[in-house]
Design a protein around this ligand. Structure first.
Ligand SMILES: Cc1ncc(COP(=O)(O)O)c(C=O)c1O
Length: 313
């Protein structure tokens, strides 16, 4: 249960992405299933802090036990402001990676950042993001006179341009205002849908979520109709995400099937992300909530009243 970027990069560098199903309550990687999936040839594990909720990274590290050869990479694209029991991404992993893509809570349009405690990995990544060069244009003059650079490894152009990065500090400063705002919106949605047929992921009490996305779940056979009805009311919704291993590329290349990851598949076929952004007014959010109650809930009720054979699985 993630965006395709998480697994695509594994495939792009010649690895085999091995997917692991998620916990049905949090929608974060099931640590038990991860343990079952780890083999002698496992090189890395990439948990995803989906929707802004952080996985228990200490528990994940403990589950890997003595396999110190396995690199742990946190996909923290949704979790810039989040933490687990007070610990932010990067404390119990080799590297945590953030995204500043246009849709993210803190954004400069494109680009991202990684954090690591490993000087070796830091050096390698600096080179990899800059064609593989051992020194960028400014670094070549660090000792006063020109120094040759070398190439030790293959790289790509993946640096965050300074002009874009300059957009970030003012946004980081206002996290203390924006994050509580997002939290208020998310809690209002949670309260509005409590006791209805709409399913939600649960944020654990020991987590500070970034509240990046607010996703609801409806019976899969009602989902696409629900999107149409909400769009008709001018409510902009999206889907985060259809289960990645069941997308065409992965089914064709690796033969993954929906039944391999039932929790992720079921969630992906029924999920809808509702508007959640800093500045969304209470009145507009109320309109969204009412629209869901007036258009989506009746769809579900009609399904539940249908003969058993016509119900979704
Ligand atoms: C979970 C997740 N991982 C990775 C990415 C990739 O980030 P970027 O678009 O900055 O490459 C995104 C979103 O864009 C994402 O949502």
């Amino acid at each position: 249960m993630t965006f395709i970027a998480t697994s695509n990069i594994v495939d792009l560098v010649g690895g085999k992405p091995v997917f692991v199903d998620v916990d049905p309550v949090t929608l974060l990687m099931s640590i038990d299933k991860m343990k079952e999936a780890v083999t002698a040839s496992t090189k890395a594990v990439i948990p995803v802090h989906l929707y802004g909720q952080m996985l228990d990274m200490k528990a994940l590290k403990e589950a890997l036990g003595h396999r110190l050869d396995i690199v742990v990479i946190e996909d923290a694209a949704h979790c810039f402001e989040g933490n687990y029991a007070g610990e932010p991404p990067g404390r119990h992993s080799d590297v945590a990676v953030f995204s500043f893509y246009a849709t993210k809570n803190v954004t400069c349009g494109e680009g991202g950042a990684f954090i690591t405690n490993s000087p070796g990995l830091y050096e390698k990544m600096l080179q990899t993001r800059s064609h593989g060069m051992t020194a960028g244009a400014a670094d070549r003059y660090r000792k006063g006179t020109y120094q040759h650079w070398d190439m030790l490894r293959l790289g790509v152009k993946a640096n965050l341009p300074d002009l874009l990065a300059a957009l970030l500090p003012p946004q980081i400063e206002v996290i203390r205002v924006r994050l509580p705002f997002r939290e208020t919106l998310a809690v209002r949605y949670e309260e509005a849908f409590r006791g209805t047929a709409i399913r939600l992921a649960r944020v654990r009490p020991d987590v500070r979520s970034s509240r990046h996305l607010f996703a609801i779940h409806v019976p899969p056979s009602a989902r696409d109709q629900a999107i149409i009805r909400l769009n008709e009311r001018n409510v902009g919704v999206t889907v985060n995400y259809r289960s990645v291993p069941t997308l065409t590329y992965y089914t064709k290349k690796y033969g993954y099937r929906p039944g391999d990851f039932p929790v992720s598949y079921q969630w992906g076929e029924g999920t809808i992300s509702l508007p959640l952004y800093y500045g969304l007014s209470e009145a507009d959010q109320e309109y969204v909530i009412q629209s869901v109650k007036e258009t989506v809930l009746p769809l579900i009720e009609r399904l539940e009243a249908a003969p058993v054979g016509n119900r979704f699985e």
